[in-house]
Design a binder for this molecule. Structure first.
Ligand SMILES: [Zn+2]
Ligand SMILES: [Zn+2]
Length: 140
């Protein structure tokens, strides 16, 4: 039984595995993957890479669907720069409102929420205006 060696010379941090949520002592670089997930993550990576080679015009959502790899992991592989993509690839589209990179769709989540709010507000303003136009004082 050896004692747990924290390797004081090495820089490391207690991190949470992005795949399974395990808290472990991370000393590497790049994606925070615990030792238990490393193999599965590599397999996912290979699948994504291969799929993307065959379908260079696909986006994150399509790759995730075609490979069975989660969108989160697929996105991570591309974000980390481990898979080369052409400048005209569709991997990341940009939000039409704030130009943040998003995996799919037209707007990022925060803009989607905001837009939904705007529409509701516009609707309300419309109704208020309408009410103003047709406002009749109710005599009591
Ligand atoms: Zn893990
Ligand atoms: Zn946005």
């Amino acid at each position: 039984m050896g004692s747990f060696n924290r390797m004081p010379g090495k820089s490391g941090r207690v991190m949470t595995c992005v795949r399974c949520g395990l808290i472990f002592y991370y000393t590497g670089t790049g994606d925070v993957i615990c030792p238990n997930c490393r193999e599965a993550d590599r397999e996912d990576f290979d699948r994504v890479k291969e799929y993307f080679c065959r379908n260079p015009k696909s986006n994150i959502a399509e790759i995730a669907e075609g490979t069975g790899v989660s969108m989160e992991a697929t996105e991570r592989f591309f974000r980390s720069g481990r898979i080369e993509m052409a400048s005209d690839s569709n991997i990341f589209t940009r939000c039409e409102r704030c130009h943040k990179e998003i995996p799919s769709g037209r707007f990022c989540t925060s803009c989607t929420n905001q837009l939904a709010g705007d529409i509701k507000q516009a609707f309300r303003a419309d109704r208020l205006q309408g009410r103003g136009m047709y406002y009749r004082r109710r005599e009591k």
